[in-house]
Ligand binder design. Structure first.
Ligand SMILES: *[C@@H]1O[C@H](CO)[C@@H](O)[C@H](O)[C@H]1NC(C)=O
Length: 333
């Protein structure tokens, strides 16, 4: 009897062990699943603000780029102020870092001053190659000033009288560009200039700085209703090139799209291009996916932040009044 009981308890022990193993296996596979599951990154985790630079990619990334770069020289750490500067300039200029302990050859190539050991160097926008202009700086504030000042200002202004010419010009290019008005109460910031320079092939930008009520009347909405700066992309209601075209404005909406910053503005431009390119007259090239997705620009921006989760963009509701008509002469096309 005793052996029988022992056998039984042995059996139930086996049984328990078997169950335990099963539970463990289930837990394990379930945990593995969670680990493999794609999780959505927190907003701040989606950004790369400071890029490591090495001997092997310094030339292609910095010297061959037409854009401004702030390069921080470090020995493993740098102060929070530099990190904050990089976040504040997110997308506007590029920020990189060189590890002084690892990149001795690169430092020599760059003519880095081993005595003064400047904290950072600003490579100016606009030049490329070994003669790309640079300035050594010691503070994040100086770095920011030099980098921003070097971003060229290609933004011309427009008023209600010039609007029609501006629209013709935008429609005459290939691919057709969206006539886009940046409405601000001060000279366009470094961020707006950088955006206008990068997206010029798809959007034709003009500014209205402290516009008069008459200028703004084209948007049919009183000045006080705008949070400045804002962006209005003009889209035509019909594609037909009739002698009278009606336009509506797709307006950057802070309530829906968040604060006006580079990342949000760029998402807005991607969304507008995707949603409204087919409505453009002329050579809209709306049949080409690379154009509708602005793929070349997407590849560049994706290094720094995610451009998925595009915001929904809408033409202002008719009741909102953002609607105006302008005469367009047929022969112009
Ligand atoms: C340069 O190369 C380093 C090392 O491979 C890499 O971590 C870094 O992201 C690269 N920099 C850029 C701007 O692509």
């Amino acid at each position: 009897m005793k052996t029988y009981a022992a056998k039984m308890s042995r059996r139930s022990l086996d049984n328990i062990m078997f169950r335990l193993i099963c539970i463990c296996l289930t837990l394990f596979s379930c945990c593995r699943e969670t680990a493999q599951q794609e999780i959505e990154l927190e907003e701040h985790e989606r950004y790369q603000d400071i890029f490591p630079l090495t001997q092997s990619n310094f030339t292609t990334e910095v010297l061959d780029s037409e854009e401004a770069w702030i390069v921080i020289f470090h020995t493993g750490t740098f102060t929070m102020e530099w990190k904050k500067m990089a976040v504040a300039l997110r997308g506007v200029v590029w920020v990189g870092m060189i590890d002084r302990r690892e990149e001795k050859d690169l430092l020599q190539t760059l003519g880095y001053d081993m005595v003064k050991t400047p904290v950072a160097r600003v490579y100016h926008s606009g030049h490329t190659g070994s003669d790309k202009r640079w300035t050594d700086v010691d503070s994040p504030l100086d770095a920011r000033l030099h980098a921003c000042n070097s971003v060229p200002d290609t933004l011309a202004t427009v008023d209600d009288a010039g609007l029609q010419d501006f629209i013709y010009q935008s429609y005459a290019s290939t691919p057709t560009r969206f006539p886009t008005v940046i409405i601000t109460d001060e000279q366009p910031s470094c961020m707006l200039r950088a955006m206008a320079n990068r997206y010029y092939a798809f959007f034709s930008f003009r500014t209205m700085i402290n516009p008069s009520d008459k200028d703004l009347a084209i948007f049919g909405q009183p000045f006080k209703d705008f949070e400045l700066p804002t962006i209005a992309v003009l889209v035509s209601k019909t594609k037909d090139k009739t002698d009278s075209m009606t336009f509506e404005a797709v307006l950057y909406n802070e309530d829906m799209m968040g604060n006006v910053n580079y990342v949000n503005l760029v998402k807005f431009l991607f969304a507008v291009n995707k949603q409204y390119r087919h409505t453009l007259p002329g050579e809209s090239m709306a049949g080409k996916r690379g154009i509708v997705e602005m793929r070349d620009l997407l590849e560049v921006e994706k290094k720094r932040f995610q451009v998925n989760f595009l915001p929904p963009v809408q033409k202002a509701k008719k009741e909102g009044g953002l609607k105006f008509t302008t005469k367009v002469v047929k022969d112009e096309f």
